[in-house]
Design a protein around this ligand. Structure first.
Ligand SMILES: [Mn+2]
Length: 289
């Protein structure tokens, strides 16, 4: 697949970030996407901005509060389900590479919930399913651009690039580096997959290079659901590390022209994953307790 997805200039786009192996939140997002296909007469898209895999393997009694809602990692199943959905709706279901996926195709191995999460998942899956998962990961892009102004990446827009060609030329293989860890220091791939923040100036440069007005990403956990930084950046947390009431996704009109992240309104573009549990602050229906 191309390194950069060019989204169409019409239709509805649903945006989901870091699932980290949470099948329940993945299925809820699919339900929202399939409802949008009905509402918008077939013209809807779904983008998942990386880190579909690598969740916790922790018993309920040992689960720490900072991990949010309890779930059991189902990384292999989420990947297979994603590939099935992408096949079912050709050209409408998109995924970006996250730092957790990158470890399986040449990037540095992550160590969030295990000393080596890449080795752990590949051990659980076995050789055949691992090969299949790598094949799916190879279809993931590094960024997505749109005419509505939204630019999507896994991490913050801190990479120093001058044009879309700089992303398209990015080497994900890690070949030529003495260690996969050296990927972290590469100016394009290292930043796109790992940066947790970008200055206003960095974000503006990144957006100018890609012809966008706002940068949308995940990678970090925002316990309240989302955070806007300046006029150009919004971090969205759909799943990992959050309690159900704070999980949010975005719903964008691809035919619109968003001038900045301040054009994104709660209850319109910013929506709760579980409206019955979410507070009014996030456009939900839960009663204050
Ligand atoms: Mn990440």
């Amino acid at each position: 697949m191309a390194r950069v997805i060019r989204l169409p200039d019409r239709g509805r786009l649903l945006v989901c970030t870091d699932l980290q192996g949470c099948m329940r939140d993945y299925q809820r997002m699919v339900e929202i996407f399939e409802q949008a296909l009905i509402t918008y007469e077939g013209d809807a898209h779904l983008i998942i901005t990386g880190d579909l895999i690598h969740g916790p393997h922790i018993e309920p009694e040992d689960w720490p509060d900072f991990l949010g809602e309890y779930y059991r990692d189902a990384s292999g199943e989420v990947m297979i389900a994603y590939a099935g959905l992408a096949a079912q709706y050709p050209g409408r279901v998109h995924a970006l590479l996250g730092n957790h996926e990158h470890g399986h195709i040449g990037g540095p191995h992550t160590a969030k919930f295990a000393a080596d999460e890449v080795a752990l998942l590949e051990h659980i899956l076995g050789p055949a399913a691992t090969a299949r998962m790598r094949g799916i990961i190879h279809t993931f892009a590094l960024a997505a651009v749109s005419k509505c102004g939204a630019i999507f990446t896994h991490g913050a827009p801190a990479a120093v690039i001058d044009s879309i060609a700089d992303l398209e030329a990015a080497d994900l293989s890690g070949a030529g580096l003495s260690s996969p860890l050296d990927v972290l220091d590469t100016p394009v791939v290292g930043k796109v997959l790992w940066a947790r923040s970008a200055s206003d100036a960095e974000a503006r440069r990144f957006l100018r290079a890609l012809g966008g007005t706002m940068s949308i990403y995940g990678h970090d956990v925002i316990p309240e659901g989302y955070e806007m930084i300046g006029d150009e950046q919004i971090i969205v947390s759909t799943s990992f590390g959050l309690f159900d009431q704070n999980k949010v996704y975005l719903s964008l009109d691809l035919a619109a022209k968003y001038r900045s992240v301040h054009d994104l309104r709660v209850g319109h573009e910013i929506l709760p994953l579980y409206p019955d549990k979410a507070p009014a602050r996030l456009g939900g229906r839960a009663k204050a307790s």
